[in-house]
Design a protein around this ligand. Structure first.
Ligand code: ZN
Length: 144
């Protein structure tokens, strides 16, 4: 038995779950078509003896994020994945790390994704569809 039993609360819980599922589908759809042409970036974070966290970028239009010391996706148009395109003039706004975290939605591109993207084992569309889970795509994550 699930609690609380109140019909009103249960009904609203169901509506919220449906709305969240619709939002996830919309985020995937927007990210699939986005050219990522307006980017935000926060600097790396030095954590002394804990090491450092790499810089992070976000597309301010669709919320896709990427972290690391080089950029595979958020450096230009989505359809140029795997081909670094330094010529493109994409405006990059400096952001506070917390603001960037709050703005993230959908796919977050991590180091483990970059090898398979570069080797063309996986497309960005497949990554978006699989919520970034390489195991769903039959690919083992790489260990550092
Ligand atoms: Zn985007």
């Amino acid at each position: 038995m699930n609690y609380p039993k109140s019909d009103v609360i249960v009904h609203m819980d169901i509506q919220l779950k449906e709305l969240e599922a619709r939002r996830e589908a919309v985020i995937k759809s927007v990210q699939l078509g986005c050219n990522h042409e307006e980017l935000g970036e926060c600097d790396y974070l030095n954590q002394d003896w804990l090491g450092s966290m790499p810089p992070m970028r976000i597309c301010l239009h669709c919320g896709m994020s990427e972290d690391g010391w080089s950029w595979y996706v958020l450096h230009g148009e989505a359809n140029k994945v795997g081909r670094l395109n330094y010529d493109q003039k994409i405006p990059i706004r400096k952001m506070d790390r917390d603001d960037l975290y709050r703005a993230r939605r959908g796919l977050s591109i991590r180091d483990a994704h970059k090898g398979p993207i570069a080797r063309r084992e996986v497309t960005l569309a497949q990554l978006i569809e699989a919520d970034g889970d390489l195991k769903k795509l039959g690919i083992e994550e790489e260990k550092d």
